[in-house]
Design a protein around this ligand. Structure first.
Ligand code: FAD
Ligand code: DHB
Length: 409
């Protein structure tokens, strides 16, 4: 097989990249090691930055998101039993945050790719990357477990295969620098069949640990609890989860958390991670393959979408004018924004979680930080600007150009 861009991984990064390349008339093939049902059914992120929403809308894949998504103008920080609202929309001059589940984004992108003749090969196995330093890099894989080996020869390979995929390790360890922080806690996430308990997201700091109230729809709510990194979901009965959520989100007024049957629960661990550089020869990493953030700032999916915009723009420039300048600067351009998102995610995580090793002094500093950010307009503006999403370094008319390509496609 031959294509212009071989894409490994059908997560948000790989699917959006393929879609953006298609709009520019560039061919790609995606290979994915899970089934379509699995990728469309995995519950993960829920919060989209304005840039992600604008990208989906402009490129014709945002119709269902605009119908079914929830648009929030602010968030609540809750500590010492009191709620403090950060008015994101006012502090960012108009930006909103959108609640629309990651697996719904995946469904919309798969649907768009398949409708426009895109090729996604699901359920592949034994994927490896070869000849990255040559003009004909190759992806080798089996179409199914124990099937025959196949090869895709391409001009470029996009490694969009998440944190555990084979792309990042294909960059020689001698030139790959990795920065990492592992947190001693994780998040226990649940989906519950209940009406919303609040109109906006609530990020709660409590001496027993962090809790987050989010939503999915008028009927389904998403909530998270900080738990020990090595905790096991079997230790958490539904009653224990509700008791802990009630305690950590309690207020001094008459606010009530509404319970419902828990229909899904799991625990994820948390880390911060950056790989530098994000490119080597003809290989470009995007999304979780190159960097991980703890979920507190809701940045992971949004960073993946930002990377592939930068990559799609650079590839588009190469295929129209043979100019490789943007491709050469890809890693440098992405990493400037990635490190700012890493900083913000680390900051939100530090401010809102209970740290097992904190002294009473450090705990007071943490409370002062929350008091400051909710009482100073300057501090709140900084939080809002980062939460709503920093600008993406693409040429100014890039989105406009995509809009025209979408209309003509
Ligand atoms: P992935 O989604 O991991 O996709 C990679 C794909 O590659 C997968 O489909 C995988 O099956 C495939 N793959 C792996 N190995 C291979 C292989 N060998 N061959 C072929 N394919 C392979 N982010 C936000 O922005 N907002 C949030 O609110 C948010 N909340 C989160 C809450 C939780 C509980 C968690 C766990 C994450 C959250 N995130 C959030 C992070 C977000 O889910 C990820 O950052 C996002 O999925 C990254 O997209 P990606 O395409 O880079 O990688
Ligand atoms: C959700 C996840 C997050 O990490 C976050 O910060 C906010 C919301 C969610 O899944 O709804």
């Amino acid at each position: 097989m031959r294509t212009q861009v071989g894409i490994i991984g059908a997560g948000p990064a790989g699917l959006m990249l393929s879609h953006l390349l298609h709009l520019q008339g560039i061919e790609s093939i995606i290979i994915e090691n899970r089934t379509r049902e699995e990728i469309e059914g995995t519950i993960r992120a829920g919060l989209l930055e304005q840039c992600t929403v604008d990208l989906m809308k402009t490129t014709g894949v945002g119709e269902r998101m605009m119908r079914e998504g929830h648009f929030h103008e602010g968030i609540e920080l809750r500590f010492n039993g009191e709620s403090h609202r950060i008015n994101i929309q006012e502090l960012t001059r108009g930006k909103k945050v959108t609640v629309y589940a990651q697996h719904e984004v995946i469904k919309d992108l798969v649907d768009a790719r398949l409708k426009t003749g895109g090729e996604i090969i699901f359920n592949v196995d034994d994927v490896s990357l070869h000849d990255l330093d040559t003009s004909a890099p190759t992806i080798r894989f089996r179409k199914e477990k124990d099937g025959d080996f196949q090869e895709i020869t391409c001009d470029y390979i996009a490694g969009c295969d998440g944190f555990h995929g084979p792309s990042r390790p294909s960059i020689p360890s001698t030139i790959r620098k990795e920065y990492q922080k592992i947190y001693p806690f994780g998040w226990l996430g649940i989906l519950t069949e209940a009406p919303p308990s609040a109109p906006e997201l609530i990020y709660g700091n409590h001496e027993r640990g962090f809790a987050l109230l989010s939503t999915r729809s008028p009927e389904i709510q998403r909530l998270y609890l900080q738990v020990d990194r090595n905790d096991n979901i079997d230790n958490w009965s539904d009653d224990r989860i509700w008791e802990e959520l009630h305690t950590r989100l309690a207020t001094h007024d008459d606010w009530k958390l509404i319970e419902g049957p828990i229909i899904q629960k799991n625990i994820v661990s948390m880390r911060s991670f950056v790989c530098d550089p994000m490119q080597h020869g003809k290989l470009f990493l995007a999304g979780d393959a190159a960097h991980i953030v703890p979920p507190t700032g809701a940045k992971g999916l949004n960073l993946a979408m930002a990377d592939v915009q930068i990559l799609a723009c650079a590839l588009g420039t190469f295929y129209t004018s043979n100019n490789t300048e943007l491709l050469e600067r890809y890693s440098e351009t992405c990493l400037r924004r990635v490190w700012k998102a890493e900083r913000f995610s680390w900051y939100m995580t530090s401010m809102l979680h209970r740290h097992y090793d904190h002294t009473p002094f450090e705990h007071q500093i943490q409370l002062a930080e929350m008091d400051y950010v909710t009482s100073s307009r300057s501090a709140a503006t900084s939080l809002a600007e980062n939460y709503a999403g920093l600008p993406i370094e693409c040429p100014e008319d890039w989105l406009e150009k995509l809009g025209v390509l979408t209309l003509n496609s």
